[in-house]
Every structure is written in structure tokens, then in C-alpha cells.
Design a protein around this ligand. Structure first.
Ligand code: IYR
Length: 234
């Protein structure tokens, strides 16, 4: 089937050595990203945040419904309200809700119910997905893969922020329905992630963790190279 309307693809082809250089350069840059939990209150230009959100908005989405909404909070009073509500949930989590197994899994990261970074960091980006939408007549319409789509957009936002030189923290107080209430978002929007954004605090430290090597996160299903096999056997 053809789309209703089409335009020529704007595809940039690079020489193959340049492609590898770009791939390696981007990997090197992204492998330097770390989730940060100690933020500086140093202000960040709003235009940086706007531009990174524009990048997030280029993510692929189910039926191109772009089922996301980003609420950018820099207002101190709002940040305090969010911190207060998040800490209430987190205290419940750490003291009662979390299983011992879960707490054990988190122990290496050193997280706890203190969420002071929610007031310190210059920006909180509350990311919502639309569980359903509305047509022009106000009738409920289905959204396709909204969570998955917002997950992809969030990943792109995290990459864009890192690329711009900012640190972020993917914070998921649970449950986080309080974000709808505090930020006045409608019922069809569900909180997906609270992204904390800013500069790291001076001397910020992060847990000593490693990333799984390629061989343990991927494998290739390839056509056997028949020529190479027959020479090996001689
Ligand atoms: N939401 C809690 C707990 C927490 C859960 C996971 I899974 C993490 O990777 C990190 C933290 C908190 O933010 O502390």
C-alpha cells in the first residue's frame, strides 16, 4: 500500500569509513553517559531543554500518533511539591512496599527515599504518554503502542541531553499519579518518567558499575561463509 501523501526521502549517504567513524564517535560519546543523582543548582538555558525535547519529538511512534507530552518544571514551588509527593511514595517503597529482593538489587546503587535532587536540579521534565486520544468530535480514540513510543522518545531525550552536555536522572517514583494532579494533566495522560536534568554537582560521584559486553547483549545470525569454512578444514 502507498501512503496517502509522500515526499522524497532526505537520506545522507556517508563514505563507509566516515560511517564507521561516526558510529564509533557516537558510541564513545554515549558510553560516557551516566545516570547522575547529585545535581548542581546551576541554571541551564531553557533553549537547550527546548531543543532536546524537539529531538525527542522526532522519535518514531505507533501510527505516528506522537502520544507524548513533556512538562518542563523549573518553578521552585512546583519542584518542592513534586519532591514532597515523590518522597512520600518513596518512603513507603523503601520502608514497606519493596521486596527484600528488590532492595538487594538496588543496594549497589545506593538509592534511598531522599529525593532532594528534585529541588536542587534546575529542571524536572515530567514525561506523559497518552493512554488514549480524542478525535475532533471529542470521542475517545485508540493510541497504538503509546508506552513503547514514549519509551523510545525518552531514550532519545536522554541521549540529546547528554550530547548537549547535560546530566540526567531517570526517576520513577511509584505510583506517580500525583504528577497528574500537581501538573494538572488530563486523565488520558499517564506519567511515564520524571527526568531530572541539570549539571552534576561539583565532585559528583556515581556507582562503580559496568556495562555488559557486546557478546552478552547481542549475537548475529549469519549466513555461514562457505569459502572460509572449506579453507579452515584443509
Ligand atoms: N523508585 C525508587 C526505587 C528505584 C527503583 C529502581 I528499578 C531503580 O533502578 C532505582 C531506584 C527510587 O527512585 O529511589
Amino acid at each position: 500500500m502507498k501512503p496517502h501523501d509522500s515526499i522524497p526521502l532526505n537520506f545522507i549517504e556517508y563514505p563507509s569509513d566516515a560511517m564507521l567513524e561516526r558510529a564509533r564517535g557516537f558510541y564513545a560519546e554515549m558510553s560516557g553517559r551516566r545516570t547522575v543523582r547529585e545535581f548542581s543548582s546551576r541554571p541551564v538555558a531553557r533553549e537547550l531543554i527546548e531543543t532536546c525535547i524537539r529531538t525527542a519529538g522526532t522519535a518514531p511512534s505507533g501510527a505516528n500518533q506522537q502520544p507524548w507530552h513533556f512538562v518542563v518544571v523549573s518553578d521552585a514551588q512546583m519542584k518542592s511539591r513534586i519532591r514532597f509527593a515523590a518522597e512520600a511514595e518513596e518512603t513507603e517503597f523503601y520502608e514497606r512496599r519493596a521486596t527484600d529482593e528488590w532492595l538487594e538489587a538496588l543496594a549497589p546503587l545506593g538509592t534511598d527515599a531522599d529525593k532532594s535532587f528534585l529541588e536542587v536540579a534546575p529542571y524536572l521534565i515530567a514525561i506523559f504518554y497518552e493512554a488514549y486520544g480524542f478525535d475532533d468530535a471529542g470521542k475517545r480514540i485508540k493510541r497504538y503502542y503509546p508506552m513503547d513510543s514514549v519509551g523510545i522518545a525518552s531514550g532519545m531525550l536522554i541521549a540529546a541531553l547528554h550530547h548537549a552536555g547535560l546530566a540526567s536522572l531517570t526517576h520513577t517514583p511509584s505510583p506517580m499519579a500525583f504528577l497528574n494532579e500537581i501538573l494538572g494533566r488530563p486523565d488520558n495522560e499517564r506519567p511515564f518518567l520524571l527526568l531530572v536534568v541539570g549539571y552534576p554537582a561539583n565532585g559528583a560521584r556515581v556507582p562503580s558499575i559496568t556495562r555488559k559486553p557486546l557478546a552478552s547483549i547481542a549475537h548475529f545470525v549469519e549466513q555461514p561463509n562457505v569459502a572460509a569454512l572449506s579453507t579452515d578444514q584443509t
